[in-house]
Design a protein around this ligand. Structure first.
Ligand code: ATP
Length: 350
């Protein structure tokens, strides 16, 4: 990767006894769409506020294009922020909301008009320039907030739960628009979200945070397919956790569980180590007959394109399994196939 636009190195921030950021390091590239993902309270907003300059880390260093940000006030940073509440000015119309940052910078009238019109076109708001904010839908307000934040050409835009206030259908449409606008403006976006689907759909890379620490930074595919920790596996996407112990014989290895042995490829763990296999519902094969572990369909949810089965394998083990036909009924006996390379095995510490 070329030199990063933003570099966060060993940032720590405490509020009294709470460690909101605990030795956080990450880079964001120029033109990259980066997501900070994690449960409530993990420190996402604090990190974003440190990048914007509303908060100062107790230790660590933040640089933008190689320049240290320490002591640089928010308005001097080439960084803008789009707030979850949008924070639009209700007494100004759409055009003036978008023009706000440019007027503050003292740009020429003509340049302001051209830039605002460009942004209104990009966000499909051209017909609404003279509308008052309270006469707009939620989706339109979201686009005004985005246009306003982009108007002064920040190098980095911080977006706090940008789709949080929209309903599900609108969120999906807006995801596409957001990605397209990010590409067209070639601005680095850092979004904060607790919604894993949103992070997977939007980001080039995701940092998964937990209790002030970064657990993993990787592409959406790697986060999903190769989670670094048990927490990441459980937080991003649906998964089954299967507990057991490792048994090794010759070059091979098995996970010994309460419902039988699962052969494993490439097992780095020692004989008798406790381990947990994280196995996505779509990585388990299901059939009525033939080879496999025997289980009973305990429940199912029809989801249109597929059906999620809950299959009991043992008194203490129920697995969620994705089936592509809807022909299963409660009480059906089924066979499950778990390939030796399916899923990710975690040792006790991960
Ligand atoms: P959410 O998704 O709920 O906004 P978050 O991941 O953004 O959560 P932060 O808002 O960064 O998390 O908070 C991290 C921790 O720091 C929390 O325990 C929070 O209570 C605490 N915290 C954040 N800001 C302050 C503050 N100004 N004073 C005291 N504690 C704070």
């Amino acid at each position: 990767m070329s030199a990063p636009l933003l570099a966060v190195a060993n940032a720590t921030k405490r509020f009294g006894a709470v460690v909101a950021l605990d030795d956080v390091s990450l880079d964001v590239g120029a033109g990259e769409f980066f997501a900070l993902l994690g449960p409530s309270g993990c420190g996402k907003t604090t990190l974003m506020r440190c990048i914007a300059g509303f908060e100062t880390p107790d230790s660590g260093r933040l640089t933008l294009n190689g320049d240290d940000l320490a002591g640089v006030p928010p308005y001097r940073r080439p960084v803008n922020m789009m707030f979850q509440s949008y924070a639009l000015f209700p007494h100004l119309d759409v055009f003036e909301n978008v023009a706000f940052g440019l007027r503050r910078k003292g740009e020429a009238q003509e340049a302001i008009r051209a830039r605002v019109n460009e942004l209104l076109e990009m966000t499909q708001l051209t017909p609404y320039g003279s509308r008052q904010i309270n006469a707009l839908s939620g989706g339109q307000r979201q686009r005004v907030a985005l246009a306003r934040a982009l108007a002064p050409r920040p190098k980095l835009l911080l977006l706090d739960e940008p789709l949080g206030a929209l309903d599900r259908k609108l969120r999906e449409e807006t995801q596409f628009q957001l990605k397209e606008i990010q590409r067209r403006t070639n601005t680095s976006f850092v979004i904060v979200t607790h919604d894993q689907d949103e992070a997977l759909a939007l980001a080039d890379r995701i940092a998964v945070m937990r209790a002030g620490r970064v657990e993993q930074i990787a592409s959406p595919v790697d986060i999903y397919e190769r989670p670094a920790t048990r927490f990441v596996a459980g937080f991003v996407g649906e998964t089954n956790f299967i507990d057991g112990r490792i048994a090794r014989d010759g070059g091979g290895a098995r996970l010994v569980t309460s419902f039988g042995n699962l052969a494993r490829d490439h097992c780095p763990l020692a004989e008798d180590a406790r381990a947990t296999l994280s196995l996505r519902p779509e990585r388990i094969g299901v059939s009525r007959e033939g080879e496999g572990l025997s289980g009973v369909v305990e429940d199912f949810v029809f989801r249109g394109e597929n059906t999620l089965l809950r299959v009991r394998l043992a008194p203490d083990v129920v697995l969620r399994v994705l089936a592509h036909e809807a022909r299963y009924a409660i009480g059906d006996v089924v066979r499950l196939q778990i390939a030796p390379d399916a899923g990710v095995l975690f040792g006790e510490e991960a």
